[in-house]
Each structure stands twice: as C-alpha cells, then as structure tokens.
Design a protein around this ligand. Sequence first.
Ligand code: SAM
Length: 207
Amino acid sequence: MANSYNIVSKIYGLLDILFFHKNSPRNILLSKIPNKEYKILEIAIGTAENSILLLKNNPQLKITGIDSSEDMLKIAKSNIDKHNIKNIELIKMDGTNMQFENETFDFIIISLLLHELTEVESNKILKGCMEILKNNGKILILEWEYPKKLIQKILFSVMSLLEYMANKEFNQFMKKDLNEYFKKNGLIISNIDYGNYTKVIELKKEN
Ligand SMILES: C[S@@+](CC[C@H](N)C(=O)[O-])C[C@H]1O[C@@H](n2cnc3c(N)ncnc32)[C@H](O)[C@@H]1O
C-alpha cells in the first residue's frame, strides 16, 4: 500500500475538491474538538487536511500526525509549512504498531483509513488506540457512506471502483455492521454525523 501512495499522494488533493466541496466531513471533525490544550493523534494523516483545518481554527490543540508513507508525510510537511501551522509533529509510524505512552491522547482521528485495511490490521490499530487513548477520550472515525442522490451515486461508484482496484477490503468494509466491528475492540459508537459521501463516527471506550 505504501508504494501505491507514491502516485496517489500527487493527486490526492482532488479528493477534497470532488467529494467534500460542500458539507465537508472535515468541518464535522472540526466541530467535535474544542480549542483547548487537548492532545490529538491523527493516524494516517495523509496530506494533513484535517489537522491543518483543526489547527487553523483551534491553535491551542497539540497534534501528532503519523503515517506509514514517506511521500504522504512530505506533502503533509509542505502543506503545514505553507499554512505556517505550529503545534504539530509528524512521525513516520505504522498505525498497527504505535509507540506512545498509555493514555496519552484526548482525541484520536482515523480518517479514510479503515476501509483500506484487513480486519487483522484494523483490530491492531483499534487495540493500540484503546491503550493510548485517555479513559474519557474519544476516537473520531471519518469514513465513506453510500450517497442517496443519483448524481452522487454515479461519482461514488467510480470512486468505489478505484478504491476496490487499489484494495479489495473496500466492499467488505462498506457492508460491515459497525456497532459490532467496534464493540469487538472494546469501543462503542456514541454518535454519527453525516457529511457529503461520508460519516463521522464518535467512539468511546466501553466501561
Ligand atoms: C486515503 S488516505 C487518507 C489520508 C487522510 N487521513 C485524509 O483524511 O485525507 C490513507 C492514508 O493512510 C496511510 N496509511 C495506510 N496504511 C497505514 C498504516 N498501517 N499506518 C499508518 N498510515 C497508513 C496512507 O499512507 C495514506 O496517507
């Protein structure tokens, strides 16, 4: 997967233009995290669209962004510098093997990653999150959602086909019972908001 991101990283900005130009799920994420000295981890930060939006609006946040692709991290770094953003640290790290102290983060963001992974990989990531998330912390998942309008369905089917060609997990993920999927990892869904082609799922630790 890291190799395919050498190419994808170059055209990645198109995603936001085509799919998120209105009712952006990134704005939904923003509405979930107040401007306080919260420690945030963004797993699979990609080009840093979410983290830049968060820090431009909520400069008190302290964000750590990890990604397994050097190419994506280079683009993230250049975007962060362009916006003159502070309070963010980028680390090359695999989400399935995270190296942080237990109960470090108030919020963990996982945006457009889980649909690419095998269940074994996503279980490792969610298990890691359970350890490094504070007990009263939240995980925010941004994921694809089937659209209802015809014109959106057409665009989404093209994107789904490309996703499926890149990784065979996509169709299976879209059919998953998400309550069950997260519950297996000790997490419960406390809220879901819907954006264009997407949803933002709030998870908390099951007590
Ligand atoms: C579809 S992009 C999403 C990027 C960003 N989160 C967003 O919302 O635009 C998926 C990202 O996941 C990263 N990735 C894939 N597998 C990963 C893993 N096991 N650990 C960390 N990052 C990973 C890729 O390098 C890529 O940057």
